[in-house]
Ligand binder design. Structure first.
Ligand code: 5AD
Ligand code: SF4
Length: 440
């Protein structure tokens, strides 16, 4: 028998969807009367909300569990440990066998966390990795106080089956939440303090409802919510970038000029082997169409280097594509074989030192372009959503429309929108000067 936990800590790894899930699990446990603690080593219940997308994520989870246990033992405590997220989905019972955790709960089942915790108090592990047809969302409590920039999951899962990726297996098939449920949650977020909402989905631009409406319909609906100042969405697949959605970037002022549109590689042979279902030219044409309606749009992407069989010439095609697009920011990764994916069985493994060298060259190009993008915004005027305090007295940090981090000296509180002129730019952030001095 274990005693009922009184305090909890949720630690999320990986993507923004995991951050969202982690927040919702925290709300769920708070609604059960548990108190959140920032200190992982003080909590009676630790929820590790895991990611399985790359590298030795699974091993990291086991070493995290070991560390938490060791610390707890030294203090004479024995916290309950719940493993959630994509590693929970992929590993299931194996986690209980190896690490004797109390709860294992998959990304589509975490609404059952309170019951699982209750079941685990009798001493036997509680596991739920079901992917029920009924969505978990209806069973989650209402949103509480939220930060000025809030996430809202509208779509989950993936049917694209890129050959390197575990998401279709850990998150399941593509499912879109209903229109009305999303708009209601957006309103609740705004009532709880959100000024900006980022619509989330593994293929967010693949969102479709039963009436056949696409993501732009949701964006137009959110546009009408009073008090909501900014809308963003992520992550998008090039093939789901419809004309209606592109047009929304010209029509909806609240829709921020930023688009994360992963390409992964610049070579058609590699893209085909990845089962990306777009090619280099169709991607570049898409970028042209988006820039035609929203010339100032900041573009972001994801890249994988060292996919099985990638030659030097093919890698150079990725560098060429980077040059052609000019990304404002981007994420780049070394290919990592994921058990059970088609690419894991492909021939042509790339040597680690070649991967390292390619990643360095790619990141040098991406960093150069990010610095150039930031430098080009110097002199522009824009609004900044203030998100937190800076290090210096009177300094606040926020985001520009182009998702740059902006420092500004202002007495405006967190959650306000401040008009600034960008006066200087660094590689990872820019400095703004407030245009209208407000009353203290
Ligand atoms: N190896 C390396 N990177 C990967 N990604 C997904 N799966 C893998 C993998 N097996 C990257 C892709 C994706 C991002 C979220 O993670 O670039 O867009
Ligand atoms: Fe993974 Fe490809 Fe789906 Fe993105 S689109 S989640 S990379 S399978």
């Amino acid at each position: 028998m274990k005693t009922d936990p009184k305090t909890f800590h949720v630690k999320s790894f990986g993507c923004q969807m995991n951050v969202y899930d982690g927040d919702r699990m925290a709300e769920l446990m708070a609604a059960q009367g548990l108190t959140a603690t920032d200190d992982v080593n003080a909590a009676d219940l630790v929820v590790l909300n895991t990611c399985h997308i790359r590298e030795k994520a699974t091993e990291k989870v086991y070493s995290d569990i070991g560390r938490i246990r060791k610390h707890a033992k030294a203090d004479g405590r024995s916290p309950m440990i719940a493993v959630a997220g994509c590693v929970a989905q992929a590993e299931g019972e194996e986690i209980v066998r190896r690490a004797k955790v109390d709860v294992v709960v998959g990304p589509q089942a975490y609404h059952n966390l309170p019951q699982l915790v209750r079941r685990a108090t009798d001493g036997s592990a509680a596991i739920d990795t079901d992917m029920p047809a009924e969505s978990k969302f209806g069973a989650l409590p209402a949103r509480r106080r939220v930060a000025p920039g809030a996430f809202l999951t509208v779509q989950e899962g993936c049917d694209k089956f890129c050959t390197y990726c575990v998401v279709p297996y850990t998150r399941g098939a593509e499912v879109s939440r209903p229109f009305a449920a999303i708009v209601d949650e957006a309103r609740a977020l705004v009532d709880a303090g959100a000024r900006e909402i980022t619509l989330l989905g593994q293929n967010v631009n693949g969102w479709r409802d039963a009436q056949g409406r696409g993501l732009e319909a949701l964006i137009h609906a959110l546009d009408r919510i009073e008090g909501l100042a900014r809308i963003r969405y992520t992550t998008s697949h090039p093939n789901d970038m419809t004309e209606g959605l592109i047009d929304a970037h010209a029509q909806v002022e609240k829709l921020m000029p930023f688009l994360h549109l992963p390409v992964q590689a610049g070579s058609n042979r590699v893209l085909k082997a990845m089962n990306r279902s777009h090619d280099r030219d169709s991607y570049l044409q898409l970028i042209d169409r988006i820039r035609a309606v929203r010339p100032d749009i900041a573009l972001s992407g994801d890249f994988i280097v060292g996919f099985p069989g990638e030659t030097e010439a093919e890698f150079e095609e990725t560098l060429g594509l980077v040059d052609a697009v000019g990304y404002a920011q981007a994420f780049s990764f070394k290919y990592s074989a994921r058990p059970g994916t088609p690419a894991a069985g492909m021939a042509g493994e790339i040597a680690p030192e070649v991967m390292d060298e390619r990643l360095q060259r790619l990141q040098a190009a991406l960093n150069r372009d990010q610095a150039a993008f930031n430098a080009a915004t110097a002199g522009r005027r824009c609004t900044v959503l203030i998100e937190r305090r800076g290090k210096l007295a009177g300094q606040m940090l926020g985001k520009s429309p182009w998702l740059q981090s902006v420092h500004v000296m202002t007495d405006a509180p967190i959650g306000s929108l401040v008009d600034v002129e960008i006066v200087s730019a660094g590689p990872n952030s820019v400095a703004g000067v407030e245009l209208v001095q407000r009353a203290a």
